[in-house]
Design a protein around this ligand. Sequence first.
Ligand code: NAI
Length: 344
Amino acid sequence: MTTTSIPATLIPGDGIGPEIVDATLAALDALKAPFAWDTQIAGLGGVKASGDPLPQATLDSIRKTRLALKGPLETPSGGGYRSSNVRLREEFQLYANLRPARTIIPGGRFDKIDLVVVRENLEGLYIGHEHYVPIDGDPHAVAMATGINTRQGSRRLLEYAFDTAVATGRKKVTLVHKANIMKALTGIFLETGLDLYEKKYKGKFELDTVIIDACAMKLVLNPWQFDMLVTTNLFGDILSDLVAGLVGGLGMAPGANIGTDAAIFEAVHGSAPDIAGKGIANPTALLLAAALMLDHVKLPELATRLRTAIDETLNIDKVRTGDLGGTAGTEAFTKALVSRINGA
Ligand code: NAI
């Protein structure tokens, strides 16, 4: 194992963020993961401290380290500031969002799930081109949004997904779209994917296509028919929560935001304001995100040790948080996990 320290930005985040980040740091410390953390703020924490949901110092830090572990950041609904998550993805051109979902606790409603959702992270309906049209004194009479998908943006995401499928031995990739209705917006993604497969990836894995609504139904009826799902921004956001539900909920779902110049690792879930500060949050999603981060910096042995320790804590010690039907709080779970990492 390398002993060279790896500079990385740490954003504890809002709501349950600091609680699950503390748990994750305890596990990484026990593993002696060589990260040299530069702690920064964003989201509601940024607004409270400096009036800015994405302070310049945070951006500068990530520009320098090109690597971050991030707790969830709160975004007001309807009005207020634009999502710091979306802005971070744009700022560092983190065009691919990798969201693996694997059954860790057997015997649930869906067993032996091993799925990956790859979501386009920058384009589509997330570009924020939205406005209202006032009519007859009603300022919100009409709401309009523009979605943009480009051939180049679709292609780089699809190349990332297809390369990942080959590198990780995925047998089947499914392109998820709605090209029957949004013929241009999601048609371009489908067309680019089919073309890329024919020209560069044919025979390396099976390629399939499915319309988003049918995909949602099929995922609930028979998720095992899928292996890797690749889709546009909004569909990917929705499907990755659905897929998280198949493996025990949001507490179990990690995410990696990957770009050419930086990578940011986080849980799929948000700041969970309903349970913040209660000491009951499940840190597993962020811990699994830290495992993805260890893979990313080419420390796969540490990633495997972390995943094994999580598995043993949940399944052998049966220490589980409330969202998984257990009674442990975040701290008790973390203590059990650290004991496992230390080989106790
Ligand atoms: P949420 O994911 O925060 O919570 C949804 C439900 O899942 C809640 O009942 C919550 O208690 C539960 N939950 C989530 N994570 C959990 C965990 N680790 N352990 C146990 N239970 C957990 O979604 P919500 O409430 O829609 O969003 C809250 C805030 O988070 C919003 O401001 C939203 O914009 C933000 N958000 C941020 C994300 C990010 O930073 N990447 C992603 C999603 C939402």
